[in-house]
Design a protein around this ligand. Structure first.
Ligand code: PEP
Length: 251
């Protein structure tokens, strides 16, 4: 039996005004007061972070950002520093989401710098990795993930990575309604844990939470969570509605 505490994380992407974010966060906090065995996180857009963080302060819900820049401050127009996120009340930060890799040119190298900067600032990084449909069909899933992990965690040590969370998100399953089967996901999660043991050590690999992401819904979460190496979920679309997300959290 694993001692890893499940984490159900919601990625709101570029949705919700401040007022809408507050309304959803308030409702979610209200519907999860009895949850004590699962960690809950929501990642609103930057503009709503402070509002949402102060609203959920005394609830079961933690707040995360969807991105950060690795420098502490400077002439980097449009970027947000790690310390700004902690000041806004963030505990987590999503790094290297496939939408950022696809639309904003993020690479394993920039992801690596962002992970290091997040850890230095005391934020728990959620490192997103995943293969495309073409890569899966070409039997490249494991080699793609191997590269993303090795490059993303380059020059980092187990001791510094205690707060690390990994999110396996097959790109073909994000926002498509296609979910990996729980067996497909488990196979990958087991591979990732083995890789972490090889790169760091066994106790570290056993302690890292590995989330699954890709069209997670109230009706498929329990099956996914029954798998040995699945420690939670990163949820996009289904996290936008408080009631739906609360049903996932209370799977
Ligand atoms: C995501 O954005 O990380 C995600 C998994 O989206 P969805 O749940 O909508 O597939």
């Amino acid at each position: 039996m694993s001692t890893r505490r499940p984490l159900i994380a919601g990625n709101w992407k570029m949705y919700k005004t401040v007022a809408e974010a507050e309304e959803t966060a308030r409702a979610l906090a209200g519907q999860t007061t009895d949850v004590d065995s699962v960690d809950i996180m929501i990642a609103p857009p930057f503009t709503a972070l402070t509002h949402v963080a102060s609203l959920v302060k005394n609830s079961r819900v933690a707040v995360g950002a969807q991105n950060l820049f690795w420098e502490k401050e400077g002439a980097y127009t449009g970027e947000i520093a790690p310390g700004m996120l902690t000041e806004a009340g963030c505990r987590y930060v999503i790094i290297g989401h496939s939408e950022r890799r696809q639309h904003f040119g993020e690479t394993d190298e920039t992801v690596n710098k962002k992970i290091a900067a997040a850890l230095t600032a005391g934020l728990a990084p959620i490192l997103c990795i995943g293969e495309s449909e073409a890569q899966r069909e070409a039997d490249e899933t494991f080699s793609v993930l191997d590269k993303q992990i090795k490059r993303g965690l380059k020059d980092l040590f187990a001791n510094d990575l205690r707060e690390l969370v990994i999110a396996y998100e097959p790109i073909w399953a994000i926002g498509t309604g296609k979910t990996a089967t729980s067996e497909q996901a488990q196979q990958v999660h087991q591979f990732l844990r083995g890789l972490l043991a090889e790169l760091f050590d066994e106790p570290f690999a056993r302690s890292v939470r590995i989330l699954y992401g890709g069209s997670v819904k109230p009706d498929n979460i329990a099956e996914l969570m029954s798998m040995e190496d699945i420690d939670g979920a990163l949820v996009g679309g289904a996290s936008l509605n408080a009631e739906t997300f609360a049903r996932i959290v209370t799977y």
